[in-house]
Design a protein. Structure first.
Length: 315
C-alpha cells in the first residue's frame, strides 16, 4: 500500500470507526471491522484492483461488514440477560469540558447510549441507511450502492427509520454546559449521600438501567420512578463508603458520566445520566466486564460488588 493510501486511511479512520461503532454499539467489534476494511483495501490493491476513492471503498466495506455483524448478533441480543446497553466510549473530564462548548449537539446526541439503544430496534439495513444519511450526510445514490438497494427504496427506508427514531429519541433540551453542571451536582450528591438534593434533581419518572449481562450483580429490568431510583442510589452511596470507591468524572458517549473505581484505580462500572427539563431523566449503569475491559483494569470477579454466586458464574 502506498504512503498516500496509508495517510488517507488514517485520515478516514475516525469516520470509519464512528460508522462501525454506531452500527454495532461495540468498541471491540468496531475496531475489528475497521481493521478488516484496511486489510481488504490492501488485498484489493495487491490484486491489481483500482480503488478510485478511499472514502467510498472503505465506508462501503465498513457498512457491509457492520450489517453482516448485526444480522449474526441479533439473536444473541434478543436473548441477552437484562438490559442491553452499548459498550461505552469515554472522554476524560478535562477533555470533555473543552469539547462541551465546541461539540455539535446533533453529533453528541447521535453518540448517546439512549440513541444507540433506540437504533437497536431497526433492522441492520434500516440502521445503516438512517445513519449514513441523517448522521453522516451521505447522499442516497452513494447509500444505494453501499446497501444494494435503489435510491427510491433507500429514501423510503430512511423515512420509515426516521419516524421511528424521532418518536423515541432522547430529548436533550439543556445545553451541554447545563447538563454537565447538573450532572456534577448529581454525582456529588450520590457520593456524599445527599438524598435531599437527589430528590430535587431526579425527575418523578426517572428510570435506572443496569447492564450486567449475567456476568455480575446488576438489574434484570429497568427500575422506574423517583422513589425506587433513590433506593438504588442510596445502595450505591453505601457501597462507595464501605469499599472506598470514588467517581472519576468523564463524558460517556457524549453525555455526563463517571467511572466508578476502587482505591487502586480498578474499574467497577460506568455511569451516565440523561438530563432534560432541568432534571435527571435516566441513569445508565454498565457493569458487564465484557463491555468495560477496553477502558481500564477491572475490579476482580471475586470482589463482593462484582461477584456472583458460584452457580451463576458457571453459566
Amino acid at each position: 500500500m502506498t504512503d498516500p493510501d496509508v495517510e488517507g486511511y488514517l485520515r478516514l479512520r475516525p469516520l470509519l470507526f464512528s460508522i462501525a461503532y454506531k452500527m454495532t454499539g461495540s468498541v471491540g467489534d468496531a475496531e475489528d471491522i475497521v481493521s478488516e476494511a484496511f486489510l481488504r483495501l490492501h488485498r484489493a490493491q495487491a490484486d491489481g484492483g483500482g480503488v478510485r476513492s478511499l472514502k467510498s471503498f472503505l465506508s462501503t466495506v465498513v457498512t457491509r461488514l457492520s450489517i453482516d455483524h448485526l444480522k449474526s448478533a441479533r439473536v444473541r441480543r434478543e436473548q441477552y440477560f437484562g438490559t442491553w446497553l452499548p459498550e461505552p466510549l469515554i472522554a476524560g473530564a478535562a477533555d470533555a469540558a473543552d469539547a462541551a462548548d465546541a461539540a455539535d449537539a446533533d453529533l453528541s446526541e447521535s453518540l448517546s447510549l439512549a440513541f444507540l439503544v433506540v437504533l437497536e430496534r431497526l433492522s441492520p439495513v434500516e440502521r445503516a441507511v438512517f445513519l449514513l444519511h441523517d448522521v453522516f450526510d451521505f447522499d442516497y445514490a452513494r447509500i444505494a450502492a453501499i446497501v444494494g438497494k435503489n435510491e427510491v427504496n433507500c429514501r423510503q427506508i430512511a423515512t420509515r427509520a426516521r419516524r421511528y427514531v424521532q418518536a423515541r429519541r432522547p430529548r436533550f433540551t439543556a445545553s451541554a454546559g447545563q447538563r454537565a453542571a447538573l450532572a456534577e451536582r448529581f454525582f456529588t450528591a450520590v457520593e456524599t449521600g445527599d438524598a435531599t438534593s437527589l430528590v430535587r434533581m431526579l425527575a418523578a419518572d426517572a428510570v435506572v438501567y443496569g447492564d450486567g449481562g449475567r456476568r455480575t450483580l446488576s438489574l434484570p429490568n429497568p427500575v422506574a420512578g423517583r422513589e425506587k431510583a433513590l433506593r438504588l442510589l442510596a445502595a450505591l452511596t453505601a457501597a462507595v463508603h464501605r469499599f472506598g470507591l470514588h467517581f472519576d468524572r468523564a463524558t460517556v458517549n457524549g453525555q455526563p458520566g463517571v467511572l466508578v473505581r476502587d482505591t487502586s484505580g480498578a474499574l467497577l462500572n460506568v455511569l451516565s445520566v440523561d438530563v432534560a427539563d432541568g432534571r435527571v431523566q435516566a441513569v445508565r449503569s454498565i457493569v458487564n466486564p465484557d463491555k468495560l475491559e477496553h477502558l481500564a483494569p477491572l475490579i476482580p470477579p471475586d470482589h463482593p460488588l462484582r461477584g456472583l454466586p458460584r452457580g451463576e458464574r458457571a453459566r
